[in-house]
Design a protein around this ligand. Structure first.
Ligand SMILES: Cc1ncc(COP(=O)(O)O)c(C=O)c1O
Length: 455
């Protein structure tokens, strides 16, 4: 193909193969997921939903062989849906099975859309939402003033304590005093396992509050059985992205407990009806036509996550993350929370070596190790020059790297730090060119021993 876009795609393939992806929110999908995402389903309009009849009823889950024709009557605005309906029903049914949910909306285009749709399903403008502070590890969509949601709703924040765990006492105090419409547990840079049971206890005192978990980062760990599932502890809703530890295509999803029915009729505004309220909030509330090629790729990824091998994968993500954290500590890096219980490590580079996170991120790019600069809880205000870097093991574990390689990576990172200290500032990165090139060669040699799937 002569379009230069394809040359760039090929360059990106090489970059992915020759480097190591340490960004904790990235992964490498299988060839099957790639094929579904790149399929002719992108040609189809299918606003609306398939029929939900028979999905997840009485603990039974619909699968291709079992679907009755009458269950395929749909709530769509376009014809020609016989294949699309089956695919979307498969995605929904597999998602419900993976996460013990009564309902799944697999249409959100991204994690941000999923969160906004839940807020819109349950809250009115001005309503209060209690979520984790951005600097403590929360996500932008949890109330950052730069987002649309923050202009619509009144966000309140809780943070983390000195150990890096959620400040549960503060959370409970704010929740009981303010009675928010939503309590949201979720994060992009938090290394502990939340105490969902403790938070869900607040339900007795807050009967009108929606308990929501944004498990975008750890959904794959939940699916793999190495992380608790908030829906098992009384949470009403769980949102997630599908492309991080869950290893599916780029997208979002909303899982919920409650009544499942046609979204055509406006239901009563109750917590029991939250699945229907969410469907109406996704479409037509906040999105148009669903991306059915991506929904097909989600279905394929959920099928993969239901297999026993995925449990081993999830276990190895955590094992590698713990090994990486230990090795980094041995190299003199100071870690927020002193380590990790999940897939993610947050290094306080400033405190460790006097270098800021952005400088270190750029230097690591020079050797083919990709991660991202990130605020640490003690950083205040806008984090253009945050003190930390965030890294994780979902992608490198997919490639098959293990504990031995985690030590090698930690050592490369220390060598890069030494170069940075010598150079003194990001503007002089070119002074380290020769030394970076040496490490880059070593990174490439190791990376090529662990091929990227699907390429
Ligand atoms: C906790 C959390 N929620 C939501 C999102 C948003 O996902 P997306 O980038 O798909 O909109 C992210 C992405 O990093 C996230 O970490």
């Amino acid at each position: 193909m002569s379009d230069p876009v394809f040359n760039l795609i090929n360059s990106e393939k090489t970059r992915q193969q020759e480097g190591l992806e340490l960004i904790p929110s990235e992964n490498y999908v299988s060839k099957a997921v790639l094929e579904a995402a790149g399929s002719v389903l992108t040609n189809k309009y299918s606003e609306g939903y398939p029929s939900f009849d028979g999905i997840g009823k009485d603990g039974e889950f619909w699968d291709e062989a079992r679907v009755a024709e009458e269950q395929l009557k749909n709530f769509r605005y376009y014809g020609g849906q016989e294949n699309i309906d089956r695919i979307e029903r498969l995605a929904i049914s597999r998602a419900c099975r993976l996460f013990h949910a009564d309902h799944a909306n697999v249409q959100p285009h991204s994690g941000a859309n999923a969160n906004e749709a839940v807020y819109w399903a349950w809250c009115k403008p001005g309503d209060k939402i209690l979520a984790m502070n951005l600097s403590a590890g929360g996500h932008l969509t949890h109330g950052s003033p730069v987002t649309r949601s923050a202009h619509i709703y009144h966000f309140l924040a809780y943070g983390v304590d000195a150990s890096g765990d959620i400040d549960y006492t503060a959370l409970e105090k704010i929740a009981l005093a303010e009675k928010p419409k939503i309590i949201l547990v979720g994060y992009s840079a938090f290394m502990k396992i939340p105490d969902f049971a403790r938070i869900a206890k607040l339900k007795d005192k807050l009967p009108d509050t929606l308990f929501m978990a944004d498990m975008a980062h750890v959904a794959g760990l939940i699916a793999g059985g190495v992380h608790p599932n908030p829906l098992d502890f009384g949470f009403h809703v769980m949102t997630t992205t599908t492309h991080k530890t869950l290893r599916g295509p780029r997208g979002g999803m909303i899982l919920s407990k409650g009544n499942v029915a046609s979204p055509l009729k406006k239901p009563e505004h109750t917590l029991e009806n939250i699945p229907i309220l969410i469907d109406r909030s996704v479409f037509p509330g906040t999105q148009g036509g669903p991306l059915e090629h991506i929904i097909a790729a989600k279905a394929v990824a959920f099928g993969e996550a239901l297999k026993p091998e995925f449990k081993t994968y999830a276990k190895n993500i955590v094992k590698n993350a713990k090994a990486l954290a230990d090795a980094l500590k041995q190299e003199g890096f100071v870690l927020e929370g002193d380590g990790t219980e999940n897939h993610l490590v947050l290094v306080n580079v400033k405190q460790s070596f006097g270098i800021d996170g952005k400088f270190f991120e750029k230097a690591l790019d020079c050797v083919g190790l990709n991660l991202n600069a990130n605020a640490v809880p003690s950083d205040k205000g806008a984090a253009f020059r945050p003190s930390g870097v965030r890294l994780g093991t979902p992608a490198i574990t997919t490639r098959g790297l293990g504990v031995a390689e985690m030590k090698v990576i930690a050592h490369w990172m220390k060598r890069v730090i030494n170069i940075c200290v010598g150079i003194g500032e990001e503007a002089r990165l070119d002074l380290g060119e020769a030394e970076f090139a040496e490490i880059r060669k070593e990174v490439k040699n190791l990376a090529l021993k662990f091929p990227v799937p699907g390429i």
